[in-house]
Ligand binder design. Sequence first.
Ligand SMILES: Cc1cc2nc3c(=O)[nH]c(=O)nc-3n(C[C@H](O)[C@H](O)[C@H](O)COP(=O)(O)OP(=O)(O)OC[C@H]3O[C@@H](n4cnc5c(N)ncnc54)[C@H](O)[C@@H]3O)c2cc1C
Length: 428
Amino acid sequence: MGSVSTDVALIAKVSSDWSRMSPVLQEKVPPGRYLADVVVRPALPEHVPAVLKVAFEHDVPVTPRGAGTGNYGQATPFDGGILLDLRGLDSITVNPTGTVTAGAGARMTAMDKVARAAGRDIWIFPSTKSSTIGGFVGGGSAGTGTIEKGTTSDGYVVAATVAPMDGSGTMVTVRGEDLTPYIHTYGVTGILVDVEVRTDPARDWAAVYAAFPSYDELVAVHRTLLDLPQLPRLASADEPALVPTLPAPVALDPARYSLRVIAEASTVDELARRVHNGGGEVVAVLADYAETDRLSGMSYNHPVWFLQRAHPDRSWFHMETGGAPLWDHPDAVRAVYDGPVHLHLELFRHGPGAMVVAGYRGEEAVLAGIPELEALGIGVHSPHQWYVDRNVGLATETARRTDPKGLLNPGKLTSTPPVDTRVNIGVR
Ligand SMILES: Cc1cc2nc3c(=O)[nH]c(=O)nc-3n(C[C@H](O)[C@H](O)[C@H](O)COP(=O)(O)OP(=O)(O)OC[C@H]3O[C@@H](n4cnc5c(N)ncnc54)[C@H](O)[C@@H]3O)c2cc1C
């Protein structure tokens, strides 16, 4: 049955994730504090319900894990037990309808490669493209493709095979609206064994790098990208303070504001015209598809991580936000936190989102900023807590049936999370 390991080093490694990006979580869930007792790695889909049946009978908690890139500690095995490493389930099939079905442990890089070879574009993938589809649907949300397609909750998933923790040792196929309690709920309602996701006919994409002398000029172009003839796949932007640590393939001017767009090829000239007319400069247009991946790898949480990596002596935190004031009143947003505050922008269908990046001065100061941001009309999602924060009521109701003993990923589902994180930050 796949593999079972009690190797101490392996257990330590897979019992933590990327929660170290949050100084708050670094204190609360440091590597080594919570450890699984055993790592089970299924090799076949049917191994998953078989493991769950045994775990149910013996009241053993099970925490699912893909690549472990989740940044909220949500794959931490708080109550020990089995760490279910799903990376062995990595089959990938392009279906006659064009959708792609993949084992929960398939890497999205591999899925995209197979899909592109078949002439298809997977709707959305995260900036951590080497993460797994089970982890992305189970714990992720948005990324490259989100401007057009929304989040993982917006029709991305066609169907999923789910193994419940109810002692039945079965798997069920879930489709359509019934998928809701299984998306972004950290596996507390069941283990995703395989997932079928939507694709479009493949398009030609280009990685476009532009630079602007000021925030206002950057924003004036960023906000027009929603009416390009074809929506970009991604439109990330950074203040100069975040630019030097970006691992770009072209030299980026550390004194200017960086705009990076994955644009559909036929829109590149129009984009370049807008950049030029808006006082900016197109630094590079790279048509190779691999370059769009490289650009994607500098989006979402990544600029925060690059800053943290370059300055290990300083402690930075970020808050995930959305709303027009990020474009219109950036100084008011920056004033919420002390010291230098930097904005990494993304584009969503309904406006901008941003990682608000500031120096860490304790959890209290981090949390105190949330109502202040909200008072400005900004939606906030806190990446400093591990609780299920989407469709909590439905997840709770579903888990009563699919996990009556509460053995799946314990500690992540509560109907009263300490910080209200159910705020719409603009991606949905
Ligand atoms: C630098 C950085 C950048 C990031 N950028 C993005 C981004 O652009 N967009 C985004 O959405 N996220 C982003 N993330 C968060 C994370 O990388 C993604 O959500 C990623 O897709 C998670 O996949 P994973 O395989 O690493 O999952 P894991 O971290 O292993 O798991 C994530 C969650 O899903 C659960 N889970 C894992 N597998 C299953 C399964 N088969 N069934 C049920 N539940 C399961 C886990 O228990 C956990 O709760 C980023 C994180 C970092 C550190």
